[in-house]
Design a protein around this ligand. Sequence first.
Ligand code: ZN
Length: 197
Amino acid sequence: MFEAPIQRLIDELARLPGIGRKSAQRLAFHLLHVEEADALRLGEAIVAMRHEVRLCVRCYNVTAEEQCSICRDPRRDPTVICVVERAQDIPVLERTQEFAGRYHVLGGAISPIEGIGPDQLHVKELVARIEAEGAAEVIAATNPTVEGDTTALYLARLLKPLGVRVTRLASGLPVGGDLDYADEITLGRALAGRKEL
Ligand SMILES: [Zn+2]
């Protein structure tokens, strides 16, 4: 429908979540009409992010270093590990300012339908960390979904025999949604009122 280079960008933009055909066209023509340097900055930011960002060797958070800023921070309490499904859940929990421990990113949740079991997640690495770092509590901050609950119960069954307290965020979170649907106050209360599994 459009000249090939424009169509190519529209097709790429339309593949992004939440961007429909119309928005993709609007964005492509916007980028065509802004200052060239402004448009190129966007392209460079995408390239730089993909080249420079990797996973923290300890917790699988995203980082530009070997370890993420939270793992590198000596003031963080190593005895409490908050387990999340995805790296983008960490800033959501950080904004509550209720948590001073460290995190562990599983990389998803247990979902038999999608063929995701504990072996597809960073569970083994979590167990190794608990032993190496002497963690006393694991907070299962997986999403309030069937998969998130299943994962939390699995972790409780796996970790309790190791002498670790396993807790779950208190209710009050919107059921069925992602953690980032919750506002900071609700999430902060859920964290403070966490219950033993
Ligand atoms: Zn880390």
